[in-house]
Write a protein that binds this ligand. Structure first.
Ligand code: ATP
Ligand code: MN
Ligand code: MN
Length: 299
């Protein structure tokens, strides 16, 4: 592959090292996204996104960017109403070229909304982000994710799991039809609070790091309008170049951390996989109707 042109985008400074401890250069990051594009793109295309840009490498301060900036030619904009009521343009990639263009401008991590640009007031998936306190053995994080899966199943909701590429796991609930943000927040908050009260030694439903000790924060705060979570197959701007990796539930037991996969092993895994571990994502037909009755009935 010509490492200066990827998906028709000129990559400037291709040799610039973005991961100093790992010797991973900008051209490697662009080549990674080009190689996994068929897996990665469906998770970000047509959604407002924030990107974490680290144009000088992950050793330097990076910054989250959600608004379009000068120089972009291929990334769509989506005009939307912010919480404040003001209208503003957001980044909204739609094709491979737009992803690589963002990489050209230093993007390393991609964080989509769980809503599509056409239906911004409805979430088409929920995310339970498991944030373990330092020192929690990994098998406990896996057991916690399985417990969440079981309890969701009791509320007639199937779920999927991925490593975050960092410290934890994300349990993701596809919704079709999509649900109003108010319902998404009401359900996930009630679900998280119930888990924290029935399993107080395992879970906490408050973000407080001081109170977390020895427990897993079940972070349901991703489920509000304007919130984001890391895209499946996105690189993380952390040492080792880890990747957020969708898994099948039956392979989770083999995992050893939230950053099992990196820029190299993720590609090897995808080349080997016979089917998408999340192949049912698009075809699941489930909504929050029953789950709201079980967990968050309106008094
Ligand atoms: P880990 O497993 O290490 O917790 P994570 O991706 O779940 O990895 P969190 O710190 O739990 O990381 O954050 C959850 C999500 O919140 C992020 O993936 C990101 O989408 C969003 N987020 C965090 N900080 C910011 C920020 N400054 N600006 C925009 N979004 C942010
Ligand atoms: Mn997390
Ligand atoms: Mn979190």
């Amino acid at each position: 592959m010509n490492t200066r042109h990827i998906e028709g985008i000129v990559i400037t400074h291709p040799e610039r090292v973005l991961y100093p401890d790992d010797g991973i250069a900008k051209r490697d990051v662009a080549a990674y996204y080009a190689a996994v594009m068929d897996w990665f793109l469906p998770g970000v295309a047509g959604r407002p996104i924030s990107v974490l840009r680290s144009p000088e490498g992950i050793g330097q301060a990076g910054f989250f960017q959600k608004h379009p900036f000068p120089g972009l030619k291929h990334v769509s904009h989506i005009r939307l109403k912010e919480e404040s009521g003001a209208m503003d343009d957001y980044l909204c990639p739609r094709d491979a070229k737009s992803v690589i263009e963002l990489v050209q401008f230093g993007a390393i991590e991609f964080h989509p909304w769980s809503a599509k640009a056409e239906t911004l007031d409805h979430a088409d998936y929920l995310v339970f982000d498991l944030d373990p306190a330092p020192g929690i053995p990994w098998p406990e994080v896996v057991a916690a994710a399985r417990l969440i899966r079981k309890q969701l199943d009791d509320a007639m909701l199937e779920s999927l799991v991925r490593t975050s590429g960092g410290k934890g796991l994300h349990v993701v609930v596809p919704l079709h039809p999509a649900c109003a943000w108010d319902d998404a927040r009401r359900f996930t908050q009630a679900f998280a609070r119930r888990l924290a009260s029935t399993h107080p030694h395992t879970f906490i439903a408050k973000a407080s790091k001081q109170e977390r000790s020895g427990r897993i924060f079940i972070d349901y705060l991703r489920n509000t309008r304007g919130a984001t979570s890391i895209a499946s197959y996105s690189l993380r701007a952390r040492t080792g170049a880890p990747v957020a990796m969708p898994m099948r539930w039956d392979e989770l037991g083999k995992s050893q951390s939230g950053h099992d996969f990196d820029i190299h092993s993720a590609r090897r895994r995808l080349a080997r996989l016979k089917r998408d571990p999340w192949q049912d994502f698009g075809s699941m037909r489930q909504d929050l109707h029953r789950a709201l009755e079980v967990f968050a009935p309106i008094e």
